[in-house]
Design a protein around this ligand. Structure first.
Ligand code: GLU
Length: 428
């Protein structure tokens, strides 16, 4: 049977294939040979499934889509403080190849523009530039879940026409923001941009960032959750050239585009998207890619800053009998859910007759640590007031550890609390 999601992607792919605007980048002459009709789309889920449409296995050079992944590697190798000391996280309203540095520090504004990306290429681990490039190639291969290689023709083409990047790099060395041999650093950067990927690779690489750094195909941790998270944030504010603000407004995902026509977009804890279509708009973003993402975001309600309220109420059932308040919780527990539980239980406990509280967590899926520490604090307060609390959780997850009493079923909890209250004196 046809999967409706595959059907939707096929339909979007077919419709946007008919868009013919945009210019293929030619300032790197070899890129101009791309076929304007090539069009690939891939979505990688966090359990490792791939949806693909069109030319999803056609190779092309990654170009600037390498930048967030190299940034993640630099964060992993040097730590966030050292990286932040060298390159900021400030979006800028200028072109990707602008020669702007922060006036007081000389730092490039962010790692998604060439200046910042060149510094990142110099920061990844490795003794000597050859080793640093090996680190990048191996790291990006880990993000993709397969061994990537270089497009030597694009590399030669970029190397022979890359004077603007040379100018940026020399300027940075002069300003003290880039150390080492400029030509060596640039050779790492140029090679990084010439790594060959497919649309499918971009989807898996993005899914790895969305999956807190763990590649959903290989199951391997490529970077730590914090490093993946920092990278997504910078993609969110700086990833789409001078369209970044409007992209966030219209589409609302962390993403990075490149001059060869690639886009990698990552929806945290949901999935990764890869797109390839060479004709670019005036900002340097793939025309078909932007149009497709706008529609995908709107149709599937995927804008991250306009979340739909999809969850059921956190308390799905509650009762108060013989001085015992029972709350059965469901769904995911975040700060907002825990706040409402804490407030409701405290309001009830303020009425003098409350002697016991049962929190049934059997239907709670994931729980954020802030939610659990709020519930912990709640249980501690109740204890101080002499109110007995029992947690029910058949999965034995020990989500709340201050109670001392936990049961598997609600019946067990009720029986236990009845006995406990009897033992403490005074039945009802
Ligand atoms: N290698 C390209 C450059 O440095 C990458 C540019 C891009 O994709 O934005 O000019």
């Amino acid at each position: 049977m046809i999967n409706p999601i595959q059907e939707l992607l096929d339909d979007l792919h077919r419709r946007f294939q008919a868009v013919h605007e945009g210019e293929i980048a030619s300032y790197i002459p070899e890129l101009a040979h791309a076929d304007r009709d090539s069009f690939g789309l891939a979505v990688a889920t966090l359990d490792g499934h791939l949806y693909e449409a069109g030319d999803s296995s056609l190779p092309f050079t990654i170009q600037s889509v390498s930048k967030p992944f190299v940034y993640a590697l630099a964060l992993a190798d040097r730590g966030p403080d050292a990286v932040l000391a060298r390159v900021g996280v400030q979006p800028m309203g200028e072109a990707f190849n602008s020669i702007t540095l922060e006036s007081d520090t000389g730092r490039p504004l962010n790692p998604m523009v060439n200046a910042g990306a060149i510094v990142m290429s110099s920061l990844v681990a490795g003794v000597g530039f050859e080793a640093q490039f090996e680190r990048i190639l191996a790291g990006l291969s880990e993000f993709a879940g397969r061994s990537l290689d270089l497009d030597e023709r694009v590399l030669a083409s970029e190397q022979s026409t890359g004077d603007r990047n040379r100018a940026i790099a020399y300027l940075m060395r002069n300003a003290g923001s880039l150390s080492g041999d400029v030509e060596e650093v640039l050779s790492v950067y140029f090679r990084q941009c010439s790594i060959r990927v497919t649309t499918r690779d971009l989807a898996v690489m993005a899914a790895t960032l969305a999956n807190q750094g763990v590649n959903p195909l290989s199951g391997r941790a490529v970077v730590a959750p914090l490093e993946a998270g920092h990278t997504l944030i910078v993609m969110g504010t700086c990833g789409m050239y001078d369209y970044a603000g409007e992209w966030l407004f219209r589409v609302g995902w962390p993403a990075k585009s490149g001059v060869s026509g690639g886009i990698a977009a990552a929806l945290p804890l949901q999935f990764g998207i890869g797109i390839f279509s060479p004709p670019l708009d005036r900002f340097g973003n793939s025309v078909r890619g932007i149009a497709l993402c706008e529609e995908l975001s709107a149709r599937l309600g995927l804008h991250l800053l306009r979340p739909e309220r999809r969850s059921a109420p956190v308390v799905y059932w509650s009762t108060r009998e013989n001085g015992v308040l029972t709350l059965a919780l469901q769904g995911g527990l975040g700060f907002a859910e825990a706040e409402s539980v804490v407030r409701n239980v405290l309001a009830d406990a303020d009425s003098d007759s409350t002697r016991g509280v049962i929190l049934d967590l059997n239907r709670v899926g994931h729980a954020q640590s802030i939610a659990l520490s709020l519930l912990d604090a709640l249980v501690r307060r109740l204890k101080e007031r002499g109110i007995v609390t029992v947690v029910v959780d058949q999965l034995g997850r020990c989500l709340i550890d201050t109670t001392g009493y936990s049961c598997v079923t609600l019946d067990e909890a009720l029986a236990w609390i009845r006995n406990e209250l009897l033992a403490r004196g005074g039945s009802h």
